[in-house]
Every structure is written in C-alpha cells, then in structure tokens.
Design a protein around this ligand. Sequence first.
Ligand SMILES: [Zn+2]
Ligand SMILES: [Zn+2]
Length: 259
Amino acid sequence: MRLIYLTLCFPLVLLQACSKDAATTTTPSSTNNPTSPVVSESVPEIYKKIYGASSITSDGTYITIKTTGLPDHKSSYYATTNELYDNFSGTTFAGYQFQKNPNSIASKAYVFKIPVNPKLATTNLPTPLGAIGVSLNGVPFFNQYAGPNQPLTNEITSFDRYWGHPAPNSAYHYHVEPLYLTTVKVTKSALMGFLLDGFPVYGPEENGVLVDNSKLDKFHGHTLATADYPSGIYHYHITSTDPYINGSGYYGTPGTVSQ
Ligand SMILES: [Zn+2]
Ligand SMILES: [Zn+2]
C-alpha cells in the first residue's frame, strides 16, 4: 500500500517543486477549499488575502484573479454527497426563516481583472447584474438587485447559513455580508475583497465600531485610513441594510469579469 502511494505521489511532488520557479506558492489542495493560490511575484501583498483564488497575477495595470466561485464553507446548496453540504433549517439574514431556492452550486471559471491603481471615474457606471467583485474566498459579490429593477426582498429568505445563495445558473454569490468571512475567517472590520473598479470592500465595522449607511456616500463608501492602507483609500463598506455592498454604481472605473 505504501509503495503504491509513493509511486503515485512522487511525480506530483516533482511537478509542484518545478512550478515554484514561476510562482511563490503551490496549487490548491482541493477543489472545494483552495487554501494557497498560485501568486506571481509582482502581485502586491494585499491581493494575497484572496485566499480562495486559484491564481493571482499582475501585468502592472490589472490584477487578474481566477476563482471557481465555490464557497469554502457549508451550504444547503451543495449536493448532499458533498462534505460541505449543510442540512440547515434555522433563521438566516435579518432573522428570516430559511427557505431554500431550487438552485444548486456549480464550479465556475471566473477571471476577474481589476485595476491595480484604482481611480475615481469621471462617469460612474451602474453595477450590472452578476458578479461585481470578488471576496476573499473567491465567491463573487452581487449587487442589491434580484433582477432588472427588482429589489432583493423576495430572495433574502433563500440566503444560507453564511448568507449566500446560488443563481439559476448555479453561480453562488453574496449580496450581503459574507458571514463566514466576518465571523470565522477574519473580523467584521476586515477587508472582504474588491469590487471590479479595484477599490477594497470592508466589513460592517470600522475598527470594531458599526458603520451605518449615513456615514457612506451614494456609492456606499468613504475615504479613510484602513489597517491595510494606513495613508487612506476610498473603500466600500458592507452594511446590514439596503443597498448592502454598493450604492448607485462604481466609484472607480471597473475592470472586467468573465466566467
Ligand atoms: Zn442572488
Ligand atoms: Zn471605512
């Protein structure tokens, strides 16, 4: 048995060692739970916090982040055979009784390209339906709408234990606070990810104090120093009330996302 294991694994070990020439870390250990993305050396430290990415590279203008979009936490929307399947029946976001939607989670091939030097746009574009940014675990952020001009209201009950859910195309996403990140992986004051315009997204607190919508501009952000940007940066905050993550469009000029 041990001989077979060695024979199978030895070439793998060599392969991983070779890939270190081009990257600082090795490939993820499992598809559900990537823990160490392949990161090229020119990528600034801050983007390495996106632990759920499969790779993060930079061309000096854009950071390219590839993810599967699969949550690394339990969800009622995983197949019952998946180790992360969650037989959940409690209360979810805003105290609603959880009601499962008919969709399920599938792996995607997201390629997020976000500007490495984000700037205020001269014309602020509205956020589209679909992915508008990427969170630390590689799951996309969606905006405050369920569909064209449809409020999120009727969808909220289908948020799972960690406040995400899948769309009809099986893309899992967060419209609101990613509860697994704010309560298990980091804190409510921490960096949660980036919107496509390159500006960072923070949790519902600032240095441990709750941020409410009145402290934010129409895009749902403000300019202040953060732990990651001590000299100050424009950043969005996720709050518990509509519009949750982003207000009326991108503060900066967005990059692109494909899946
Ligand atoms: Zn949704
Ligand atoms: Zn802030």
